[in-house]
Design a protein around this ligand. Structure first.
Ligand SMILES: *[C@@H]1O[C@H](CO)[C@@H](O)[C@H](O)[C@H]1NC(C)=O
Ligand SMILES: *[C@@H]1O[C@H](CO)[C@@H](O)[C@H](O)[C@H]1NC(C)=O
Ligand SMILES: *[C@@H]1O[C@H](CO)[C@@H](O)[C@H](O)[C@H]1NC(C)=O
Ligand SMILES: *[C@@H]1O[C@H](CO)[C@@H](O)[C@H](O)[C@H]1NC(C)=O
Length: 248
């Protein structure tokens, strides 16, 4: 069917019912192949994505009704200056930028102090500055999974309200001692599919026993500490750290 359509001469769709069907198919295919062009409204504001750039096309202050900004899978590769100005988004609780092509984050996001949910999964972030999350202490949900981070910004360790922290699918190699010590509300911690080779014995000591902790799919030289909570999910076959001579 597709091949027949492809071989139709241009403008040759007037040949009876079959032709009408084929021209309809042509229109459908053209619609499917349109570049991502989407408009999202939040309170008084309207956001557009044009040639990969997120811009605010309508509105200054977005108002108290702008609480949720769903911008996932919109082909966003950069964010225009002023698009996410913190003083215009003082009621924003949820920002979803997942599944885009961001390689860096505008510092304005770090001023969105009302945020409780921030989704950045599936972008192309290679680093996030250490203090990025300093003021985002209301976050309960943070997903940075499936990016290309080789280290974590230290400010994540101050997000004491977090219940879900997704860091899977990056290029992390280690977790600093004490990194999760203040994250005493965590219920989900996903560190799977990185290249982590070392996590210390007390790393999960402050996390509630009921939490799900995943460290599967990391470096084969990662060893398992007997002191870790039973809820930690790791690959079978990893060495027991107490079987390794204490010198490293
Ligand atoms: C925003 O996007 C909508 C829908 O794609 C389009 O009709 C409108 O012209 C765009 N506005 C601007 C200012 O780019
Ligand atoms: C917010 O939304 C509610 C319900 O739709 C509406 O009644 C109210 O006028 C809106 N407030 C603003 C400031 O737009
Ligand atoms: C695993 O970690 C070790 C360091 O302990 C490193 O030398 C090795 O390259 C890592 N393996 C992979 C597959 O990256
Ligand atoms: C690791 O080794 C210690 C000490 O030999 C032992 O008590 C513990 O049960 C072992 N843990 C696992 C997961 O094999």
């Amino acid at each position: 069917m597709l091949r027949r359509f492809m071989t139709q001469p241009a403008g040759g769709a007037g040949a009876g019912a079959g032709g009408a069907w084929l021209s309809m198919l042509l229109v459908m295919l053209m619609l499917l192949h349109q570049p991502v062009q989407a408009q999202t409204t939040c309170g008084f504001c309207t956001f557009n994505v044009s040639n990969g750039v997120l811009v605010k096309t309508v509105g200054g202050d977005c108002g108290t009704n702008c609480t949720n900004l769903p911008l996932s899978r919109k082909g966003i590769s950069s964010i225009a200056d002023g698009a996410l100005t913190a003083s215009d988004l003082t009621s924003l609780k949820s920002l979803d930028l997942g599944g885009n092509q961001l390689t860096s984050l505008p510092t304005s996001i770090s001023g969105l102090t009302s945020l409780t949910d921030l989704n950045l999964y599936g972008n192309s972030l290679t680093s996030i500055s250490d203090g990025f999350f300093d003021k985002l202490t209301g976050l309960t949900f943070l997903n940075i999974g499936y990016n290309q981070l080789t280290s974590l910004p230290t400010s994540i360790s101050g997000l004491t309200s977090l219940t879900s922290l997704f860091l899977y699918g990056n290029s992390l190699t280690s977790i600093s001692d004490g990194f999760f010590d203040k994250l005493t509300s965590l219920q989900q911690l996903y560190l799977s599919n990185n290249n982590i080779y070392c996590i210390d014995a007390a790393a999960f000591a402050s996390i509630p026993a009921s939490a799900s902790i995943y460290i599967t799919g990391n470096n084969a030289s990662l060893c398992v500490h007997p002191s870790w909570p039973a809820s930690v999910q790791y690959d079978t076959g990893l060495q027991n750290c107490s079987d390794i001579p204490a010198s490293a």
